[in-house]
Write a protein of this length. Structure first.
Length: 132
C-alpha cells in the first residue's frame, strides 16, 4: 500500500473524499435542501400548467403550496408533514424524483479545505527537502 512512500507522500497521494470517508462514512458531499426541492416543485407546477392547461388559480395554489417545502429539514420529514402535497406534485415515485434536491454540504466542504491545506503543506515540505 505504501509503495516506498513516507507518510507525507502517502497522504498527498490520497483523494480527499477517501480521507473524509475514512473518518466519517456517513458524511456526504451533498445534503438535502428544502429550497432545492421547493424550486423543483415549482418548476413542475409551471410545466404541468403549460402541458395540461391547469387553471391559473389551481396552478397558483399548487405553486404557493410548494413554498411549504422550503423549511423541510429532510426527505423523511416530508413524509409526515407534507405527504399529500408531495404525492400531488411528484406522484407515487416521489422519493426517486426528489433525490436530486440537494445542495453542497458545508461540513464536507470544510473538511475538504482542511485536507487540501494539509496536503499542500506536506507537498511544499517535500519540495523543500528535495531541494536541500
Amino acid at each position: 500500500m505504501w509503495d516506498g512512500l513516507n507518510i507525507g507522500q502517502f497522504i498527498c497521494k490520497l483523494n480527499t473524499s477517501y480521507i473524509i470517508g475514512y473518518f466519517d462514512q456517513a458524511l456526504n458531499s451533498r445534503q438535502f435542501s428544502g429550497e432545492a426541492l421547493e424550486n423543483k416543485a415549482q418548476r413542475i407546477v409551471l410545466k404541468e400548467r403549460r402541458q395540461f392547461c391547469y387553471g391559473s388559480d389551481e396552478a397558483r395554489d399548487r405553486y404557493d403550496e410548494a413554498e411549504d417545502l422550503r423549511e423541510s429539514p429532510s426527505i423523511g420529514h416530508l413524509h409526515g408533514a407534507h405527504s399529500e402535497l408531495m404525492t400531488n406534485l411528484f406522484g407515487d415515485e416521489l422519493w426517486c424524483l426528489t433525490c436530486d434536491a440537494t445542495e453542497p454540504n458545508p461540513d464536507y466542504a470544510y473538511l475538504e479545505r482542511i485536507i487540501l491545506a494539509v496536503q499542500q503543506a506536506l507537498s511544499q515540505e517535500q519540495h523543500q527537502e528535495a531541494a536541500c
